[in-house]
Write a protein that binds this ligand. Structure first.
Ligand code: PDD
Length: 284
């Protein structure tokens, strides 16, 4: 069952209401996290809570919640939803101001959590995506997980209108990320992904993929990826919460490898499923 928590009250998501003076609504002044729940357990919870704390610090927003408080609240939300597999959306905004003002007027942060049922991908249902490349015209702090996603939405919807599933964004000739996921490229069995910087989100799934690949003795390099190199790659993948690791079959109309999910992607996908299972069974 989908449920929502808004500033201390539990409701159905459609009944949760916020003020028009909420700075999240008027200024997009807030940060968020999306976390996966598998088998009733929040996967990579600590990493998500650490990133939330960093986002809050970066936008100078203080809340009364400690990491432990967040953790307990999220666990409570998962129990209330009663779903085995779900996505948690957590948003913290600078709260309701007495009037519209660019200045931060004193306000309590608004805390919203939703938990919605979710069906994870099955290996046999996964299709290779068709993507294009687009200029990354977002602001220079894409590392902060802010709710203002207008540029991501514009770029994604341009790609959709042109018949693609998504766009990989490119700044000054180099890949940053896709509109809601990180990018990996495989060349001669070596896995490459753009390094962490202020120009891309430090994805939790990206971190998991790197860790799992290293555990499989695969070579992983965090290095600048030229957009022009993508089309000659053996495999290209996207990674994100919910999506996990998804293969790309075509970029700008050119086939990647043989256009089908590649062997290293398959190895990664299966190892990722094992990690999920271990987390459900609490095996380190
Ligand atoms: N998005 N890059 C961007 C721009 C993203 O929005 C996301 C995730 C990622 C991957 O991050 P992670 O692996 O931590 O989910 C990378 C979420 C899922 C969303 O906005 O719905």
């Amino acid at each position: 069952m989908a449920i929502a928590y808004l500033n201390g009250a539990w409701t159905a998501p459609s009944d949760a209401k916020i003020s028009v003076f909420d700075r999240g609504f008027m200024f997009g002044d807030g940060v968020y996290e999306v976390m996966p729940v598998y088998g009733g357990k929040i996967f990579t919870k600590t990493a998500h809570l650490e990133r939330l704390a960093r986002s809050l610090r970066e936008i100078r927003l203080t809340t009364r919640f400690s990491e432990d408080d967040w953790s307990q609240l999220l666990d409570q939300a998962v129990v209330k939803a009663g779903e085995d597999n779900a996505l948690i959306y957590l948003q913290v905004t600078r709260g309701v101001a007495p009037e519209r003002s660019h200045a931060y007027l004193a306000a309590e942060p608004t805390v919203l959590i939703t938990v919605t049922p979710f069906t994870p991908n099955n290996e046999q249902d996964i299709v290779s995506l068709r993507v294009c490349t687009k200029e990354d015209f977002r602001w220079h702090r894409a590392d902060i997980k802010v709710t203002s996603l207008i540029a991501n939405g514009m770029i994604k919807n341009e790609a959709l209108a042109e018949g693609y599933h998504d766009a990989i964004m490119v700044r000054a000739g180099f890949v940053t990320e896709a509109t809601s996921s990180n990018v990996f490229m495989v060349v001669d069995s070596e896995i490459m992904t753009p390094p962490k910087s202020e120009l891309l989100l430090h994805g939790i799934t990206r971190e998991e993929v790197i860790r799992i690949a290293q555990g499989l003795d695969l070579k992983v390099k965090e290095c600048e990826v030229q957009a022009s190199a993508l089309e000659g790659a053996d495999e290209v993948w996207l990674s994100a919460t919910g999506m996990e690791v998804q293969p790309i079959g075509e970029i700008n109309g050119m086939q990647v490898g043989d256009g089908k999910p590649g062997p290293i992607w398959r190895q990664m996908f299966r190892a990722f499923q094992d990690e999920k299972q271990k987390a459900i069974e609490c095996i380190d």
